[in-house]
Each structure stands twice: as structure tokens, then as C-alpha cells.
Ligand binder design. Structure first.
Ligand code: 13P
Length: 342
């Protein structure tokens, strides 16, 4: 393959170590502002830097975390001791990555469908963050489910964009995280978990068709999918059903050369996202089917909610923030091998 094959293989090896997962800390300036609003913290550059500094310098950070997704601003920010974030992450034993997409835009004429931006100049942008110490990218597309969405155009166009960005990332030494998120938590009656299953299967099938067509090396990429659920199923604590449906979909759809599947939390509460991951891995551990993938977490909100609440923007709460974060990271670490202890 490319001159970067060894680099890509090493990054995959680190990211997929059993018992570890990814911290998605790549909230854009606007999105982190929404999280800060909930705890009455002003959305300044220093507050954003300080919060991430506390997270990334948590004692034993790399024990449960194998990768951190950063937003562009953070790639070049430093800890209070002057160490660049990608470097402090590397020192912990994890690897830094970067959100390479530049957001969603409406797919005009197609109801709530969107298309992801970020292909422009992508090779040059990848080279810049590689030099800064990043070793993977994350690119998110999103699909609403209703009577009109997603359209065939949205599914095929987004799959093509995903495949192209993944190829460019690999050509520049970065492992691509392909994140085609079906927004299952917003499904409304009469659509149900079968519709979540059907649409996610369609999206994943088309995404892998395009990844193959674009000659993306599946051994050096990560899939970041949604689980198969609805808000109703979550409320009714149908964790076994959610795990069965999600695992079944993977065995029907995903290639065995794919090394890792790291879920987004998609707004599930912290506990549900841990229980669901644990149950999926418990099924995997006893399955007779061929399922070689490492299945773990790449959570944003589900790893940070209680940490943010413990912090409240106050320096004296640094230790509480780190304790709250470590607790969620530990529980998800257990779930990533199907050994969650309540
Ligand atoms: P959530 O876990 O909060 O859904 O975020 C994950 C993510 O990276 C979305 O792109």
C-alpha cells in the first residue's frame, strides 16, 4: 500500500487495544458552548482550553482511553505547562485525532437531508495535522429518518464523500474514522426499531460499497456507527433487544477485515450507553459467527456529562472533574470487553 502503511498499522494497534476506547472531545466552538451553557460557564477560548487540559491530564488517562478526537482549535492548544495537546495525549499512551469534516449543509430540495462538507483542500489539511502529531481523522455524516428521509441521493452522495475522505486520510498517514450517523434517537411514531435497523443497514451497505470502490484499505480504518434503538426502546430499558439488533446488523453487513467499531453515544444517557455496549460485547463473546472486530466506545456526551457537571467552570473542582471522567471511562472500559460491573 502506501509509504504510510506502518504508521497506519501502529495507529490501529494502539486504538484497538482491548479495554480502551475513544474520547470524542471534538465539539466545535458552538457545540461546546451549548454544553457550557448548561453549567453556566462562559464559552471563551481559555475556558475551552482549560476544560480540555483538565480532561487530558487526568491521572492514568491512557489506561482506558486509546484515542482522543480533537477539534481544529485544540490541535494547536497547550496544557498549562506548555505541552501541545496531541503530545500530552501521546505521552499518556493514547493517540490524537482530528475532526476533518467541516460540518453539515442542507441537501437542497430533499427535506431534512444533509451533506457533509470537508473535502476541499483535505490532503493539505491532513498534512498539517499529521505534522502537529495527529494520527487519525473523524468525518461525520448524518441521516434523519422520516417518511421522506433519507433519500437515495443523500445515502449515495454521503457514502461517496465518506469514501473519498477516507482515501485521502490514508494517503496522508491518518487512519480515517468513518461516522455515518443515522439519527435513530429522533425517530417518531409510527416508525420503530425495525426502521432504525433498515435505514442503518442501507447506509452501512452503501458506505462499504463506496469504500471498496474508492480502494480504501479496510484494515486501516475505523467505523463509528450508531446503535440500533429508539428513544422509546431506551425508556423501556429494552437493552437486550437493542444489543441483539445492533450485533445482528454487523454480522450481516460488515466485512471481517475491519479492525474496529467504536460507537457514538448519540445522546443516550451515560448509563444506557455503557449497558448497551456491554450487552453487545457479551453477545459477541459467545457468538458462533465470525466477528473479529474490536467493539468499543467513541463517546462524547456519554463520557463528559458528569465531568462537566462536577467541574462547573471552577478550578477547585479539577479533581472532581477528573474523578467523574475516570469513573465513566472505567465503566466503558469494562463494557468494551463485555465485563461491565455495576
Ligand atoms: P456523542 O457520543 O455525544 O454522540 O458524540 C460522538 C461524536 O463524535 C459525534 O460526532
Amino acid at each position: 500500500m502506501s509509504e504510510f502503511e506502518e504508521v497506519l498499522a501502529e495507529t490501529i494497534r494502539i486504538m484497538c487495544t482491548p479495554g480502551r476506547g475513544i474520547l470524542a472531545a471534538d465539539e466545535s466552538v458552538g457545540t461546546i458552548g451549548k454544553r457550557f451553557d448548561l453549567i453556566n460557564v462562559e464559552n471563551t477560548e481559555e475556558n475551552r482550553r482549560c476544560y480540555r487540559d483538565y480532561l487530558f491530564t487526568t491521572p492514568n488517562f491512557g489506561k482506558y482511553i486509546s484515542g482522543v478526537i480533537l477539534y481544529e482549535e485544540q490541535v494547536f492548544q497547550k496544557t498549562s505547562k506548555g505541552v501541545l495537546f496531541p503530545e500530552i495525549i501521546r505521552q499518556s499512551g493514547a493517540v490524537a485525532g482530528w475532526k476533518s469534516d467541516t460540518g453539515l449543509r442542507p441537501l437542497g430540495g430533499y427535506d431534512k437531508d444533509t451533506v457533509t462538507q470537508g473535502l476541499d483542500n483535505l490532503a493539505v489539511r491532513c498534512q498539517k495535522v499529521f505534522k502537529a502529531g495527529c494520527r487519525f481523522t473523524k468525518f461525520r455524516s448524518a441521516f434523519h429518518i422520516n417518511a421522506k428521509c433519507p433519500s437515495s441521493l443523500s445515502v449515495s452522495w454521503n457514502a461517496m464523500v465518506q469514501a473519498r475522505q477516507a482515501k485521502i486520510a490514508q494517503e496522508n498517514g491518518l487512519v480515517p474514522i468513518v461516522e455515518p450517523e443515522v439519527l435513530v434517537s429522533t425517530i417518531e411514531d409510527p416508525l420503530d426499531i425495525e426502521d432504525a435497523y433498515r435505514v442503518t443497514k442501507w447506509v452501512l451497505t452503501e458506505t462499504f460499497r463506496q469504500l471498496n470502490l474508492h480502494k480504501v484499505d479496510l484494515r486501516y480504518m475505523i467505523l463509528k456507527p450508531n446503535m440500533i434503538y429508539t428513544q422509546k426502546a431506551l425508556k423501556e430499558k429494552k437493552y437486550d433487544l437493542i444489543a441483539e439488533k445492533t450485533f445482528q446488523l454487523f454480522t450481516e453487513t460488515l466485512p471481517t477485515s475491519l479492525p474496529g467499531i467504536f460507537f457514538l453515544s448519540g445522546g443516550q444517557d451515560e448509563l444506557s450507553s455503557t449497558i448497551n455496549l456491554d450487552k453487545i460485547n457479551k453477545i459477541k463473546n459467545i457468538s458462533q459467527k465470525i466477528c473479529p472486530w474490536y467493539i468499543s466506545f467513541s463517546y462524547g456526551r456519554a463520557l463528559q456529562r458528569s465531568a462537566l457537571e462536577a467541574w462547573k467552570g471552577k478550578p477547585e473542582n479539577k479533581e472532581n472533574l477528573q474523578k467523574a471522567f475516570t469513573k465513566r471511562a472505567l465503566k466503558n472500559s469494562q463494557a468494551s470487553v463485555g465485563e461491565y460491573v455495576n
